[in-house]
Ligand binder design. Structure first.
Ligand code: SAM
Ligand code: SF4
Length: 450
């Protein structure tokens, strides 16, 4: 242990998706065992690391406005170290330091594993280099597996692959996270077991396109990986995200129903209901391909919950194209969805596509789309009332202390009361009868387990 780090407190601020949440965990797992400690606020931090997201312009603006606040803090405390990590760091590298001179160093998506030596060199005054954005062909996952899991929530993440080879026309991910690299199955299984020892009972396997997992000689397929994870003792549930519709195969569809721990929920982002727009987006499937997969999923697993991502206002999207997104939403009857206004990303090809859709129209389409979906959500949630669900309890509800909170296998949040409020239900799978459907959650009461 390096004693010189013992007094140094690090605050890691995380923006963006689950992948970034997981990367923050990697930073903690590599830095805390060598003496760094967690800071509880900016004021108490010696080092602030920002794990950034570059997916949309808004996400980038949030980071720069936070950096603006940190610049003021650094004026009074010049010894404060500020590092920018993750997707924006990878995307714009040294331009970031030019734009925000309070930043001491920039660490891209593949270089986060080097943070211990980067910080060490910085404190010894050896750091002449400030930008670490090289891609490695193989990210050194060995380091990661050797660093102990610090703690785990009841429901935790484990990354099974990094990067993306799909090059959707609007997306920065292939450029900022590099090509697909799958982790070895045994490393994934070991990490899940370590997290189970720290209390995890539900794992979400992460990747930009998990169905591409293992597409390399000598590796097992994603469905075989699921089967191995399904055998892990004490693990109660398995989820995964995200699956690309073009690669959703029969084996994975059949896994719903074959693997008892696999949750009955799939996030299957479609992005648009118009074939013309899907083609321009380079999604490599048609509306009818997508709908066929949805039908197959529902046939295989009639109780499956389905969620999706949509982009509104992609260049060239007409009113008619947008109507096709709305009709798709009505046809699929999603349980929930995420919708985004298209945002130009300089590095992605669609930035050069025209005609651009007016910002006001994008906003109107977003509101209209969410309104159509809210009717589906109400309908889907109401259909749960009166039924019993197995709920994995995550703890006491933050809003109402007499209630417990957890999720159904279909990923619906359930708040419920129990007759004996003193008994700790955390991490248990319990039977809850639903009595009320709210806009984004369900309410019910605990029933004796049969
Ligand atoms: N890999 C996943 C897939 O293929 O569906 C999605 C990953 S991305 C981090 C999450 C979502 O952000 C996408 O599904 C898309 O809806 C949205 N997104 C990506 N680039 C965008 C852009 N330039 N403008 C608006 N939304 C975008
Ligand atoms: Fe981006 Fe498309 Fe890859 Fe998803 S599949 S990360 S949207 S390029």
């Amino acid at each position: 242990m390096r004693t010189n780090n013992q007094a140094r407190h690090i605050l890691i601020k995380t923006y963006g998706c689950q992948m970034n949440v997981y990367d923050t965990e990697i930073m903690q797992r590599t830095l805390f065992p060598i003496g760094y400690k967690a800071a509880t606020s900016e004021k108490k931090a010696d080092i602030i690391l920002i794990n950034t997201c570059a997916i949309r312009e808004k996400a980038e603006q949030k980071v720069f406005s936070y950096l603006g606040r940190l610049a003021l803090l650094k004026q009074n405390r010049p010894e404060l170290i500020i590092g920018v990590c993750g997707c924006i760091a990878q995307n714009i590298g040294k331009k970031l330091i030019q734009r925000s001179p309070c930043v001491d160093f920039v660490v891209g998506t593949h270089a986060i594993f080097q943070l211990p030596s980067i910080l060490d060199d910085m404190y010894r005054g050896k750091n002449t280099k400030k930008v670490f954005t090289n891609f490695n062909e193989f990210i050194n996952e060995i380091d990661l597996v050797n660093s102990p899991v610090i703690d785990s929530k009841i429901s935790g993440f484990v990354t099974i692959m990094r990067g993306c080879n799909n090059y959707c026309a609007y997306c920065v991910v292939p450029y900022v996270r590099g090509p697909e690299i799958s982790r070895k199955a045994e490393d994934i299984i070991n990490e899940i077991k370590q997290k189970i020892d720290k209390g995890m009972r539900e794992v979400t396997l992460l990747g930009q396109n998990v169905n591409s997992y293992g597409k390399k000689e000598g590796m097992i397929s994603f469905v075989d990986l699921l089967a191995q994870v399904n055998q892990i003792e004490k693990l109660k549930r398995i989820r995964f995200t995200t699956s690309h519709p073009k690669d959703l195969n029969t084996d994975l569809i059949n896994a719903f129903g074959n693997l008892e721990k696999l949750c009955t929920h799939i996030h299957l982002p479609v992005q648009s209901g118009s074939d013309k727009i899907l083609k321009r987006m380079n999604r490599k499937y048609s509306r009818s391909d997508y709908l066929k997969k949805i039908r197959d999923l529902k046939k295989r697993c009639p109780t499956i919950s389905i969620s999706s991502d949509f982009i509104v206002g992609f260049p060239g999207e007409t009113d008619e194209d947008f109507e096709e997104s709305l009709s798709l939403i009505k046809e699929v009857e999603y349980d929930s969805l995420f919708a985004f206004q298209y945002s130009d990303r300089e590095i992605a090809p669609a930035a050069k596509y025209s005609p651009k859709v007016d910002e006001k129209i994008k906003r109107q389409r977003l509101i209209q789309l969410l309104d159509v979906q809210s009717k589906n959500t109400v309908k889907r949630n109401l259909s749960c009332v009166g039924n019993h669900y197995s709920v994995l309890v995550e703890g006491k509800s933050k809003k109402e202390s007499d209630q417990w909170t957890g999720r159904t296998s279909g990923n619906k949040i359930v708040n419920f009361v129990a007759p004996d409020n003193k008994k700790n239900l955390t991490a248990l799978l319990v039977d809850v009868k639903i009595e009320k459907a709210c806009a984004h959650s369900l309410r019910g009461y605990l029933c004796p387990t049969k």
